[in-house]
Ligand binder design. Structure first.
Ligand SMILES: [Zn+2]
Length: 173
């Protein structure tokens, strides 16, 4: 599939388009017979940003890795939950964290949470996890993984910033 190919005009919902695409996918699909344990024993935590094609950017193939994505690619309790299951139940050993330039979280502050509370009358239990300094946020995320008592494998944990204009990763030490 080309990412630049024009899509046919549609008056239906985007979900209908996805379901149609799935039927085409399944028509050509053959069961790869894979195990649930990632072949390359790595879990990648990344931002949900639509410009970040993780498999293409990292040379990953189907079955290679666990992919855990959220707004910012931040390490929350739920990210730790997924990493814990990934390592303890499904055999991964390495963790790769990927933030990126131009992240939507750079424009937000914790005021987002306050404004939300004023609007809906309920304070969200979660932090926005906004940040101003992307490198510092990668370091913060690295620290959260490296200090988590739930993770048995914390030796190979590395963090990067993906440049959405060049496609290159830059490691944050
Ligand atoms: Zn982002």
């Amino acid at each position: 599939m080309s990412t630049t190919a024009p899509r046919p005009e549609s008056t239906g919902s985007v979900t209908d388009e996805l379901v149609t695409a799935n039927q085409e996918y399944a028509r050509k699909f053959t069961d790869p017979g894979m195990d649930a344990r990632p072949v390359r024993r790595v879990a990648v935590v990344a931002c949900m940003d639509a410009r970040l094609d993780l498999h293409a950017a990292l040379g990953l193939r189907l079955g290679d890795c666990h992919t855990i994505r959220n707004a910012g690619g931040v390490i929350t309790d739920d990210t730790i939950r997924s990493l814990t299951i990934s390592q303890r139940a499904l055999g991964t050993r390495s963790v790769v964290l990927i933030h990126h330039t131009g992240c939507g979280l750079l424009d937000l502050t914790e005021d987002f949470r306050h404004e939300l509370e004023l609007e809906v009358g309920q304070r969200p239990s979660w932090a926005v996890e906004s940040f101003k300094d992307i490198d510092q946020d990668v370091r913060q995320s690295l620290a959260r993984v490296r200090t988590s008592p739930f993770l048995p494998h914390r030796d190979d944990v590395r963090g990067f910033v993906f440049d959405v204009t060049t496609g290159l990763l830059r490691e944050v030490g």
